[in-house]
Design a protein around this ligand. Structure first.
Ligand code: ATP
Length: 608
């Protein structure tokens, strides 16, 4: 026969108390927060009873050289003996949840463990409490999981005001945390915006509570001042974040901010500080603000040091994002000069924002600037140019392509540099927000094909010159391609395709590195050369385009002295490389030196 029985789990109370008090919280300083929380909740409960003239208040008396005990006094509801037995002595039992297990509105606590945090600083917690109409009690809890409850007589009850006083006698190692300075600092940190007056009473009285910067009646001047206190500089502006279940401000940073640097955001729940550091409650792109918010919807975890990542969290995040975007749109509409200042400071953030939000892009895109073949101009100016001058917009997707295309751009084309972060994506938004404009991807080969050829009567001369260029520069795999382009004083431009560029880089590294690494690079280069061997030579895009408009080039085409042509071509190649801002490789530096030396000796021998 099978036997079965149902038993309760056995709980080692001392172990549970130790676990909860020492391991759920980040450190012992949170004992102040947990006591404040209980005191505020008790005052809130008493306020709800509608007693006339009731003024909630919390007073803290830190330890001093003459006072060995820390006390926190509230004039809240107090506890009856029955409640003390049930609520204080039962771990996990709380009065702050309703019959459905939901946290009561406006309460800070909900888990029934907060009081245990006091065991991090003291071995004993004593609570003297008096609830209206009941006898006062003295409850003492011990870290080993035991407690004493004493019901006080009428004489004592008569002189103890309604409310609760918690007494803690600190362990010597934690005493500092219960002295005046620490208590003021910790209480201000967590409780400065709490809705009940808190005063620390010691040699002097220090009022902890202050009106929150995000309170409805705080004017903008005061908010800017609070921002200066916090950031150390006056914020560019302060954005109001008030909405359903949330009150708050976002300080717009007055200086550029690296996107990867996380800012400190202070997040309060029911006016008690929960998180004071980087937070994902702000969208990633909002790295140009620092926030102070208070929510009635966000839910702290049991440690009260983090927030649950739930639907309220997502809604808060969305709300904050929307407020910041509306502020920007409003600024763009009403204060164009301010938005230009903002753009100058937080350019990168704005670029990211426009890419992630179509509404914002509709208003802000025109303000962003892009580098173009006509200099750095705003997208608004680019679109105006395109419409008024019938200029076609072409996007160079790499910096190198832009540099090359820039030199050969036709007057009816505007080349946009998409080589910097976000710029290609932003240029591609132009047709979306400014139809019917189009932006095509610029193609080096096509652009070269579109360049004008020399006039018919000069074609043969130009072809011969091209052959000489190809021969003079065969070591560099550059072919000659004489064309007609502006400006006439530029004799040559060099066009190098990305594969050729990669090979240039490998060759350079090969010549400057150790034998073993050079061997590896040589193998890579040979393999790649074999792979591209089937591509017809004339399809390679690396070319030196000589400018038939340039008198030196035309003179060169009429010279029979092949040595002079070869030297000049090599020099023109190096000059073109330098003016396209490409660094010279070892081989190219040698070529420059040799060509100059040749020219010097040529001119010396002609002098003799
Ligand atoms: N100062 C006080 N005045 C009246 N009742 C109190 C006071 N402090 C504690 N209590 C009672 O003791 C209960 C347990 O308190 P405890 O701090 O352990 O948990 P909690 O505040 O309910 O929840 P949490 O763990 O989230 O803080 C409370 O629910 C409350 O009913």
């Amino acid at each position: 026969m099978q036997e079965s029985s149902r038993d309760n789990f056995q709980v080692d109370l001392g172990g549970v108390v130790d676990l909860l008090s020492r391991h759920i919280y980040s450190g012992p300083r949170v004992y102040v927060r947990e006591l404040l929380q209980n005191a505020v909740d008790a005052c809130t409960a008493r306020s709800e009873q509608g007693e006339e003239g009731y003024e909630p208040s919390i007073r803290i008396r830190p330890v001093t050289k003459d006072r060995a005990t820390f006390s926190l006094v509230d004039n809240g509801t107090g506890l009856t003996a029955q409640e003390a037995r049930e609520l204080l002595a039962t771990v996990g039992r709380t009065s702050k949840r309703d019959e459905f297990g939901l946290q009561r509105e406006g309460r800070l606590g909900q888990f029934g463990i907060g009081l245990l945090s006091c065991f991090m600083v003291a071995d004993e917690i004593t609570m003297v409490s008096h609830a209206e109409g009941a006898s006062a009690i003295r409850w003492t809890g011990h870290a080993d999981g035991t407690f004493n409850l004493e019901i006080l007589g009428d004489d004592a009850t008569d002189v103890i005001p309604v409310g609760t006083t918690v007494h803690l006698t600190p362990r010597p190692d934690e005493r500092t945390l219960l002295t005046e300075n620490s208590v003021v600092t910790i209480a201000s940190n967590y409780g400065r915006y709490l809705p009940v007056s808190i005063v620390v009473q010691s040699e002097k009285n220090t009022t902890i509570t202050t009106s929150p910067v995000f309170a409805k009646d705080t004017d903008q001047q005061h908010r800017l001042y609070a921002g200066r206190e916090r950031l150390g500089k006056t914020p560019f502006d302060v954005i109001d974040l008030t909405g359903p279940g949330i009150e708050g401000v976002a300080y717009v940073l007055p200086e550029a901010q690296a996107p990867h640097m996380s800012r400190r955001h202070s997040i309060y729940v029911n006016r008690m500080l929960v998180s004071d550091g980087p937070s994902t409650v702000l969208p990633n792109w909002a790295f140009f603000v620092e926030c102070e918010i208070n929510s009635t919807d966000l839910e702290p975890t049991a440690s009260r040091e983090a927030l649950m990542d739930d639907t309220a969290f997502a809604a808060t995040r969305e709300h904050i994002g929307e407020c910041i975007k509306s502020w920007l749109i409003n600024l763009a509409m009403t204060k164009p000069h301010r938005v230009r200042e903002f753009t100058a400071i937080h350019d990168l953030a704005l670029r990211e924002l426009c890419l992630s939000d179509a509404d914002l892009a509709e208003t802000m895109l025109g303000l962003l600037t892009l580098e173009t073949s006509r200099g750095r101009i705003s997208i608004g100016e680019i679109t105006t140019l395109s419409i008024t001058e019938d200029v076609s917009l072409q996007l160079a997707t790499t910096l190198d392509d832009f540099r090359q295309l820039n030199t050969i751009a036709r007057p009816d084309t505007l080349i946009i540099n998409g080589g910097y972060i976000h710029d290609s994506d932003l240029a591609r938004l132009i047709p979306v927000h400014y139809p019917p404009l189009t932006v095509s991807t610029a193609d080096l080969r096509e652009s070269m094909d579109l360049m004008e050829l020399p006039p018919l009567q000069d074609v043969e001369k130009a072809k011969a010159l091209d052959a000489q260029v190809t021969d003079s520069l065969k070591d560099f795999q550059i072919k000659g391609a004489t064309r007609v382009f502006e400006p006439a004083d530029v004799p040559a431009v060099v066009i190098i395709d990305s594969k050729a560029q990669a090979s240039r880089d490998r060759n350079e590294t090969q010549s400057a590195t150790t034998d073993r690494w050079a061997d590896i690079l040589a193998t890579v280069d040979n393999t790649l050369s074999r792979q591209t061997a089937n591509i017809p030579q004339d399809q390679g895009l690396s070319a030196l385009c000589l400018n038939w408009n340039n008198s030196l080039v035309r003179k060169l085409a009429s010279t029979d002295d092949t040595a002079v042509v070869s030297r000049t071509v090599r020099l023109l190649y190096v000059q073109a490389l330098l003016s396209s801002k490409r660094p010279l490789r070892v081989k190219e530096r040698a070529l420059l030196n040799d060509s100059l030396a040749d020219l010097v000796s040529l001119s010396l021998s002609s002098d003799i």
